[in-house]
Design a protein. Structure first.
Length: 291
């Protein structure tokens, strides 16, 4: 299978932990997120993705600290689906000129499944091997990433499904390596506004790279609105709102521009973010991805 195997998220600037384990711990305090993506809303069998992430920092010193976290992700598309669970660790080191560098690794497992029920295959109707479902648990699955950041910008690179393990029971399917590069800046516009452009490049095996771009205008770090686009897909509207001191709601709405639009235009994505911050954290290094 020479193609994308992992979900893509429209609001990637609010979901970096799903792409890169080196982000783990890069918040001022304990953070948890719950997200759900409903792609091509009226299309039967269209992808549905949900996830939960949680991470925090510990062992904070003058020049370094550690991050630990985990995420659970489930994805279903028609008769095919998977559930994954990963534990992440990252080491953050302060450099010069306000920069910090983190290196992270994620280790976990994935359960792949395929259901034959509901598939019209007359030639195989009497074969007992295709009357139910098949599945396989792959362990371990490794992710690796690096994250160079300071208050106004960051660069990130990651490789997911690093060892490319085989999925038994699914013909010649293997978990392909997913390469991701991320970049963003935070530009101050007056006293109250900041402008945050960002790009994300994904590459899988021999498939065509996917290029995504976003531009957010943020007011007093409370409300942000923006636009996004993805190559071969379409455009999206973005909204992020701090509804409570420790609760953030992010929403993305996609308008499909490729041939899928003939069956369904709409994709919805919502994320709830929770932070358990008290007083300002000592030795916290701001990052354009989070601050």
């Amino acid at each position: 299978m020479e193609a994308q195997q992992l979900p893509q998220y429209t609001f990637f600037t609010y979901n970096y932990l799903n792409y890169n384990p080196a982000v783990t711990g890069n918040t001022p305090c304990l953070e948890a997120k719950v997200g759900y993506r409903m792609q091509w809303a009226e299309y039967e069998g269209a992808p549905r993705t949900g996830y939960v992430t949680v991470h925090n920092k510990f062992g904070v010193r003058r020049y370094n600290f550690h991050g630990i976290g985990a995420y659970v992700e489930t994805d279903n598309a028609g008769q095919f689906g998977y559930t994954s669970l990963h534990a992440n660790y990252a080491y953050h080191l302060k450099l010069t000129k306000g920069y910090s560098l983190s290196t992270g690794i994620g280790v976990g497992f994935m359960q792949y499944r395929f259901g034959y029920v509901g598939i019209n295959m007359p030639q195989l109707v009497d074969d007992p091997a295709v009357q139910g479902s098949v599945g396989d648990i792959i362990f371990p699955v490794f992710n690796f990433g690096m994250w160079l950041y300071r208050k106004d910008k960051f660069f990130g690179i990651s490789v997911r499904q690093l060892t490319s393990p085989k999925v038994d029971g699914f013909a010649d399917t293997r978990l392909k390596r997913h390469y991701t590069f991320a970049y963003s800046r935070a530009l101050q516009v007056g006293d109250d506004f900041s402008f945050k452009p960002a790009i994300l490049v994904n590459y899988v095996g021999k498939s065509k790279p996917s290029l995504e771009g976003q531009a957010l205008l943020e007011y007093k770090r409370k409300v942000a609105i923006g636009l996004a686009a993805r190559s071969g897909h379409g455009v999206s509207g973005l909204v992020k709102l701090d509804v409570l001191p420790y609760l953030t709601v992010a929403y993305a709405y996609d308008i499909t521009a490729n041939r899928i639009r003939l069956a369904s235009y709409n994709t919805h994505e919502i994320t709830l973010g929770f932070r358990a911050c008290g007083m300002k954290q000592k030795n916290h290094v701001p990052c354009a991805a989070y601050d």
